[in-house]
Design a protein around this ligand. Structure first.
Ligand code: NDP
Ligand code: MG
Length: 360
């Protein structure tokens, strides 16, 4: 077959354009700051925050402190219910919160949202109410599909809830992403920017994106780099040292504990500051050995992981896993905790009372 014929069968993939890691002429993202957003677009409206967990407790309090009208839905019987009460909210059922809301932010675990949407949200929507989320999974993979007349909107803080709250209290804010669902109006965008301002996001910057881009990059980041990549990298390093006869305590410090020191440098000044700060020996080892760990094969696997996300395969797996009572998820969670790393870390952290150790 001629190359031109092959090209017809396999059109170029728009998502993998010819990319050079050294390219300089990319189009900068649109980023909104305080002056681009006006809280008046939410004045007189009721915002329902569904769930008082990590994101819920932070967003609800920040919005209220910004002078907006917030109601909280939180099931009773757990610590988050008491927390909401202690913060001065009157937690109610999802149904009751949705009935009075003009803007509804679903801040329940992603795997529960579809069920709660069908049973408790959809039947109680006020005309024109806007549905929001902080992660696009259920919008993008068609698990939450509101009827005509209801826009969807994403305002996604790029940090965990406790930081969304603490940064706001300090006068700062965690940067956010904003994305509109298909067909959403300009008025909804203004509401989204006002919401982002209300939680402090416009202080740090609010990047305009699409629900597809947020969902796909977020899933990819956590699978390939932040959670999946880092966990396996740590375990592989730890196992290698322990199998070679080194003490597990040494392996723990080297491969896990010190990760924080490196990540702090990366956070402050990128790869260049980390490499500036470590010894020349470490920097030389980085350049000459790193590519033997993350090989061309690893990069090819990353592309397959991304393709699983984009094709909906990952979403399907995760949705079906939950339909099966998360049997395999729970078994894996249990087995992962049996790793030698877990015990080693637990006893070492006991001796480091200054690190604010958190034991699960
Ligand atoms: P959490 O797990 O911290 O909180 C979940 C909330 O849902 C809690 O209020 C919990 O109540 C409630 N809930 C859990 N199970 C049920 C149930 N069966 N019935 C009714 N309520 C239930 O969630 P997050 O804040 O982490 O996540 C919320 C959303 O924010 C997700 O879409 C997530 O992707 C997104 N997000 C999260 C980030 C993070 O760092 N955590 C960052 C950016 C986005 P209870 O306490 O009673 O269990
Ligand atoms: Mg993420």
């Amino acid at each position: 077959m001629k190359a031109s014929e092959a090209a017809k069968l396999m059109p170029p993939q728009p998502f993998f354009p010819s990319y050079s890691p050294f390219q300089e002429n990319h189009v900068p993202a649109t980023i909104y700051y305080d002056a681009d957003a006006d809280l008046k677009h939410l004045a007189g409206k009721t915002i329902a925050i569904l769930g008082y967990g990590s994101q819920g407790h932070a967003q609800a309090q920040n919005l209220r402190d910004s002078g907006l009208n917030v109601v909280v839905a939180q099931r009773p019987g757990g610590p988050n219910y008491d927390l909401a009460k202690s913060h001065g909210f009157e937690p109610m059922s999802v149904e009751d919160a949705v009935k009075q809301a003009d803007v509804i932010n679903i801040l329940l675990p992603d795997e529960l949202q579809a069920d709660v949407y069908k049973t408790a949200i959809k039947p109680n929507l006020k005309p024109g109410a806007i549905l929001m989320a902080s992660h696009g999974f259920n919008f993008h993979f068609a698990q939450v599909e509101p009827p005509a007349g209801h826009d969807t909107l994403l305002v996604a803080p790029k940090g965990p809830g406790h930081l969304v709250r603490s940064e706001y209290e300090k006068g700062g804010g965690v940067p956010c992403l904003i994305a509109l669902g298909e067909g959403a109006s300009e008025a909804t965008k203004q509401i989204g920017l006002a919401y982002a301002k209300g939680i402090g996001g416009t202080r740090g910057g609010v990047i305009e994106t699409t629900i597809a881009e947020e969902t796909e990059t977020d899933l990819f980041g956590e699978q390939a780099v932040l959670c999946g990549g880092v966990s396996e990298l740590i375990k592989a390093g730890f196992d290698t040292l322990v199998e070679a006869g080194y003490q597990p305590e040494m392996a723990y410090f080297e491969c896990l504990h010190e990760m924080k020191l490196i990540v702090d440098l990366l956070y402050q000044g990128g790869l260049e500051y980390m490499r500036y700060s470590v010894s020349n020996t470490a920097e030389y080892g980085d350049y000459t050995r790193g590519k033997r760990v993350i090989t061309e094969e690893t990069r090819a696997e990353m592309k397959r992981i991304l393709e699983d996300i984009r094709s909906g395969q990952f979403a399907r797996d995760w949705i079906l896993e939950n339909r099966a009572g998360a049997a395999s998820f729970k078994a894996t969670r249990r087995r992962e905790r049996e790793h030698l790393l877990t015990e080693t870390g637990r006893s070492l952290r006991k001796m480091m009372n200054w690190i604010d150790s958190k034991e699960v």
